[in-house]
Design a protein around this ligand. Structure first.
Ligand code: BES
Ligand code: MN
Ligand code: ZN
Length: 504
């Protein structure tokens, strides 16, 4: 998708998108002097007839109305003017994109003037518009066979013209649009990786896709294979891989855009390309969803790409341990003891608690190789987190008060919703092993997300600020938000992680 910022109404498209908010019982849309007055009149008439209220997620398409120089007009509601924020704009833009796709419209002009007074900053509004639009237009069609006449339809919606006469303000919008576009494209990239079925998304393929995406952006890339991981003594990561015929990959992406002396921020993502549970095998219901168990890893890969494309002056590293979790003759068995890279021994009492095992070595690797100034990990780690939070919030855990404050702030500005869950010593106690240092499952009752986090904490060097994000609730099938697809990977946490890199 191409976004063009323009100061003229003479754009080469036949469809206009006009946002309107609700002001008491009236429609509110700042069109004075824009040339879009007639189009707004159309909306007001529709409102008088009770056909359009300006409510959030509401869209009305006027085909062949020939208004304000456009053949068609798409009216999109933003909800109450009083409570309008960037999220409302993001949702509005997503609804606009989805409607245009449905109506098979290939390009459109979007009037920015109405957004000027409704949002805090032009930059924030620009970012929300491009994020919402590009995220909302997303479709995963890689696995559909190509029909002859598909060429045209799959190309629907390729250009969006953002129209504002006031060119200084447009510059500010444009800045936000640029950032929003990169973040949304990175999110869509993470979605593509997540949606690919496991036979098309093995650890090797994931590494290859990451390598390809890193090219030309100043990202240093390597993918460690089995032998290299053996040399590094990554016993937990390799233990999980034992039942699989697919080679593991430990993906390392470095982008050093900051000062040489500055320690990097490490992003770590769970890259389980398919989780059968292993010998502690999962039941069949919804098992197909376990192709999404690499969504944390996909988000980390996409975050590094976004940061590099934004040319942020920060040092970051992305680490993604990637393997399948399969039952098989070589698979680890309940009770087996694995030795992690940091020397700690782990009793595997449930082979389905594999995410924490592969992350254990990745976190230890991060601390050992980079002494990072902060570590953020993302993982579809526990079903318990889905039970706790549904599919609205991602859960997160941190014991660092500065990081906590930063995460809450960055969550606000990125628009990605988080809920903090507890991580205290008691949960660590629950993870002590009977025969080894640690067990990979809790000896206590409930609190599965917290005990998972507590296990991970044992692989982060003391004093390193660290936060763990359990994205099992939000990584897929969250048609909840208009800018997410109804089904499939959401690309969650890419926007938040990129924001953290901007803010820290
Ligand atoms: N990948 C799953 C977690 C998961 C479950 C993600 C449902 C998305 C939806 C993870 O590897 C897992 O199996 N966790 C176990 C841990 C348990 C054995 C301690 C779980 O949540 O049941
Ligand atoms: Mn599992
Ligand atoms: Zn898993």
């Amino acid at each position: 998708m191409k976004l063009h910022a323009v100061t003229t109404l003479k754009v080469d498209t036949s469809t206009l998108v006009l946002f309107a908010a609700q002001d008491d019982k009236k429609l509110s849309c700042d069109v004075k002097g824009t040339g879009f007055e007639d189009a707004f009149k159309l909306l007001e008439d529709a409102q008088a007839e009770g056909k359009f209220k300006g409510a959030s997620k509401e869209a009305l398409f006027f085909r062949s109305c020939n208004c304000s120089g456009f053949k068609n007009v798409l009216a999109v509601g933003l909800g109450a003017k009083k409570s309008l924020n960037e999220e409302a704009v993001r949702i509005g833009a997503a609804i606009a994109a989805k409607t245009l796709v449905k109506e098979k419209v290939k390009s459109a002009a979007l009037a920015l003037q109405p957004l000027r007074k409704l949002t805090k900053t032009a930059e924030g509004a620009g970012r929300a518009v491009s994020e919402g639009f590009v995220l909302g237009a997303y479709k995963y069609e890689e696995m559909k066979s190509k029909k002859k006449d598909d060429k045209e339809t799959s190309k629907s919606l390729s250009d969006l013209y953002l129209v504002l006469k006031d060119s200084p303000a447009l510059k500010k919008f444009e800045k936000g649009v640029h950032v929003g576009l990169i973040l949304a494209e990175a999110t869509n990239f993470a979605r593509d990786l997540g949606n690919a079925p496991s036979n098309y998304m093995t650890p090797t393929i994931l590494a290859d896709r990451a390598h390809e995406a890193a090219k030309g952006l100043g990202i240093k890339f390597k993918a460690l294979g089995k032998k290299e991981c053996q040399a590094l003594k990554m016993g937990c990561f390799l233990g999980v891989n034992k039942g699989s015929h697919e080679e593991p990959r430990f993906i390392v992406m470095e982008y050093f855009g900051g000062k040489k002396s500055e320690k990097p921020i490490a992003f770590v993502g769970k890259g389980l390309t398919f989780d059968t549970g292993g010998i502690s095998i999962k039941p069949s219901a919804n098992l197909e969803d376990m192709k999404f168990d690499m969504c944390g890893g996909a988000a980390v890969i996409a975050t590094i790409v976004a940061i590099a494309r934004l040319k942020l002056k920060v040092n970051v590293v992305g680490l993604v341990p990637s393997t399948e979790n399969m039952p098989g003759g070589g698979a680890i068995k309940p009770g087996d003891v694995l030795v992690a890279m940091n020397g700690k021994t782990v009793e595997v009492n449930n082979t389905d608690a594999e995410g924490r095992l592969i992350l254990a070595d990745a976190l230890a690797y991060a601390c050992d190789h980079y002494s990072p100034r902060a570590i953020f990990d993302a993982a579809t780690l526990t079903g318990a987190c889905v039970i706790a939070l549904g599919n609205v919030f991602s859960g997160f855990f941190t014991q660092d008060s500065k990081l906590l404050k930063q995460i809450n702030e960055s969550s606000q500005s990125s628009g990605e919703r988080l809920w903090q869950l507890p991580l205290t010593e008691e949960y660590v106690d629950d993870m002590k092993g009977t025969y080894a240092d640690l067990s990979n499952i809790s000896s206590g009752k409930g609190g599965g997300s917290s005990t998972g986090a507590a296990f991970l904490s044992q692989f982060v060097t003391e004093g390193t600020p660290w936060a763990h994000f359990d994205i099992a609730p939000t990584a897929y099938s969250a048609g909840r938000f208009a800018y997410n697809p109804d089904k499939g990977a959401t690309g969650v946490i890419v926007r938040l992680f990129s924001q953290l890199a901007m803010d820290l």
